[in-house]
Design a protein around this ligand. Structure first.
Ligand SMILES: [Fe+2]
Ligand SMILES: [Fe+2]
Length: 180
């Protein structure tokens, strides 16, 4: 007698009952999408740099905003969760990432107080883009690959069970649209 007759039905019913709208998202993919967004914004800034009417102020505000929320997500959720599963020697990567964040955040804070015609404004954006590029490269080529080798559930971290991750993103979008 083949399997899958009326007696096996309850299993399928149970599966169908899992939350229909809760689409789990891989935390690393979400973070990498943020990295790409910021990289695009820095490219936009490069193009707008020498044009007074190109709205570089708005581009820099967006960069600062994106970097602040991204750093918060990593520091409050991703770094502590991955610290727990990484080998002791790989935890050095997390330490270094935190130190790099401090440098990035200091420039972000300075830029938030500045106007585009201030001295060193363009230079600070340029140095910020270099810090970010270096930091992103380390995360994507060293840190994230080590995390992927562990047993951590990246979808739980990024989506359904990692509610805070998404809450921070939506709080950020609400705040950003209020300032637009
Ligand atoms: Fe980071
Ligand atoms: Fe990152």
């Amino acid at each position: 007698m083949p399997l899958g007759t009326s007696t096996s039905k309850p299993v399928r019913d149970q599966k169908a009952r899992t939350k229909p709208n809760a689409k789990a998202q891989d935390a690393i993919k979400l973070l990498m999408a943020d990295h790409a967004t910021v990289e695009d914004l820095f490219k936009k800034f490069e193009k707008a740099k020498n044009d007074e009417d190109a709205g570089k102020d708005a581009i820099v505000k967006k960069i600062c905003d994106e970097l602040s929320v991204h750093a918060q997500i990593e520091e409050e959720i991703f770094y502590p969760a991955t610290r727990e599963v990484l080998e002791d020697e790989d935890e050095e990567m997390v330490d270094e990432a935190e130190v790099e964040h401090a440098g990035i955040k200091s420039l972000v804070e300075q830029l938030k107080e500045m106007a585009p015609d201030d001295e060193l404004y363009d230079a600070k954006v340029k140095v910020l883009s270099e810090y970010v590029k270096h930091h992103v490269k380390e995360e994507e080529t060293e840190y994230f690959p080590e995390v992927k080798k562990t047993e951590i559930d990246l979808e739980a971290l990024g989506g359904r069970d990692g509610r805070r991750f998404r809450a921070l993103c939506s709080r950020h979008s609400a705040r950003a649209s209020r300032h637009r």
